[in-house]
Structures are given as C-alpha cells and as structure tokens.
Design a protein. Structure first.
Length: 317
C-alpha cells in the first residue's frame, strides 16, 4: 500500500499492508489529518519511525465484530493492554504498555489501511461528512478540558495559541458562556473565531495590557506560551497545559507556588461526545481546513502543513 512514512525523513512510499492482530479491525482509510504532533514527530518527538498520522476517517473491512464491517468510523488512538493497573482502573489512555496510533509503537493513519482494536472504533453519525469527522480526535482533546475542570459562566478564560487546537478549544469553551479571549499571532487565524462571535486579540496587544484570568489554557506549542500563561493566571487560578514541547522546558516554578496556581495537564478525550457536538451543529470545524490533497501528493500536503498560514491540511485516500 502507499503510506506517508517517517524514517528520518518524511516520504511517500510503498509500505507493507497491516495485518490485524487478535481483537483488531482492519480499516480502509478515507481521510487523514495532519496535526502539530505529526510535525513534531518529524523533528524527533517520541523517536517514532513508521507511518504518520492519528486523525482519520475510514471504513471497517475486517473486524472480530461482524456488525462493524462496512461501517464508517473514527478511532481512539491509544491501544491499551487491558490488563495493567491503569487499565483496570479505567485509565486505559494512561496504560504503561499502550501503543499509540502514528505516535508510539503503532503505524498510523496516513496510509491506505490501518489496524486498531475494534474496541477503539466509534461509528460516525450519517449526517457528518468525512471533512467534519476527521476532526474528532482534536475536538475530543478540546472537550477533555471540560472533563477535568469546571468552567463557570462568570469566569474569565484565556486561550493562548491560534493554531488548530487553540481554535477548537475556543469553539468548545465558548459553549460554557464564560468570558473567553483567544490570543495569537495571526490575524487570519483569529478571524475564524471572531467570525462566530468570539473575542480575539493579537499577542502584541495582549502584552501591552496588565490583565489576569481565572483560567488560562496554553495551546501554543511554544515555551513562550507557557511563560505568558504563568504571567496571566490570577492567584489561585487554573493553568491548563495542552502543549507538548520537544526537548525540555526551562521555567521557574516559584510563581506557581507563590500564587497557589493549579496546573492541569490535558491530553486525549472521548470521541463519542465530540461526534455528538458536531452532529448537533454546536461546533463546525470545517473553516479550519487549509487544503485537501490526494494520497499521491501526501508529501506535498505535509510541506503545506509546515507553512505558517496553514491550520488543518487533510489527505484524501
């Protein structure tokens, strides 16, 4: 099969078609998305080698469950062992023995086929397009914030980062009716949130205002975003960290101690609520799409995703 592979360099190549293990389904991929994590992997994050990608829409071709065959699905990316202490406590996303689609120990979605445990697959509602459903994984990650932290309508909330995750987080958190501000460096990206009535501000303008927030979400992917988050969270406020940084983060923890800040790491979320959110028309992620490329131009798609103005680049199989 054709696949976009990272083997020290990102390249489109012929690659062995995967064979499902016990309990796994074989999925024919229809569409895949390129995200910040894929870009960081190409720079050395996680020391991954293999097929890139973890955001996808596909059709089940083989499955232990006959009812799944032929259905259109997305898939939760963490394949857990099901037997360790974390799994038995309902924390399969933190399984010490897990593989992660396109990130750790498991080939990913930027290919004609992939394999995942059938328990990871979630059927897509008929009314959703592939272009919407491919956003399920990052939208679920945005919703994870509300699983971890209660955000009240009267709270002031700052989201740092106008990339695809920062925008999705903003689209989700605005549903709480909180006093929300999205800050970033790119007028055209901020405009996407402004067009649905959201409040936005350029980073340079925020830096000139001494303003504090009850909750700050750091989703910039930049160590400078962490510094800004620490500066702008009020005493006894909450800092939600969505960014992962390749390499180490050098920071002084003293402000967190002095101001008694609660820091919450936030990663993956549940897929079914994300699909419901889109099916009910509460969040439409399609304005984030920068371009759609066929698989035989997947290397070009990856190059496009590296450009500063890109938000979400998709690959259609």
């Amino acid at each position: 099969m054709k696949a976009l592979v990272f083997d020290g360099k990102v390249r489109l190549k012929e690659y062995p078609k995967p064979k499902p293990s016990a309990g796994e389904a074989l999925v024919r991929v229809r569409m895949a998305g390129i995200c910040k994590t894929d870009i960081e992997i190409s720079r050395g994050y996680m020391d991954f080698r293999g097929v890139l990608g973890h955001e996808f829409v596909g059709i089940v071709e083989e499955s232990p469950k006959a009812a799944l065959k032929g259905t259109r699905v997305v898939g939760e990316i963490n394949a857990a062992c099901g037997q360790c202490d974390f799994c038995l406590r309902g924390l399969a996303r933190h399984c010490a023995y897990r593989t992660v689609l396109g990130i750790q120990g498991r080939d990913g979605a930027m290919a004609e086929y992939l394999c995942l445990p059938e328990a990871n697959l979630v059927q897509i509602p008929d009314g959703l397009s592939d272009e919407q459903a491919v956003f399920t994984e990052p939208l679920a990650a945005a919703l994870e914030i509300l699983e971890q932290v209660k955000i009240e309508p009267d709270q002031r909330v700052l989201v740092i980062g106008d990339g695809r995750l920062g925008l999705l987080i903003s689209l989700v958190l605005r549903l709480t009716a909180c006093d929300l501000l999205l800050v970033g460096k790119h007028r055209e990206k901020l405009k996407i949130f402004a067009d649905v009535g959201g409040s936005v501000r350029l980073l340079d303008d925020l830096l000139s205002v001494d303003d504090l927030f009850d909750v700050v979400v750091e989703a910039s992917g930049s160590p400078a975003g962490w510094d800004l988050a620490v500066q702008r969270v009020r005493p006894r406020g909450t800092l939600i960290l969505k960014s992962t940084y390749h390499g180490s983060l050098d920071f002084n923890p003293a402000p967190l101690v002095i101001n008694e800040i609660t820091v919450v790491g936030s990663r993956c979320g549940l897929f079914a609520p994300a699909l419901r959110l889109m099916a009910q028309g509460l969040v439409d992620p399609t304005p984030l799409i920068t371009g759609i490329f066929p698989l035989d131009q997947a290397d070009r798609a990856f190059d496009r995703a590296l450009e500063k103005d890109a938000i979400k680049v998709l690959i259609r199989m």
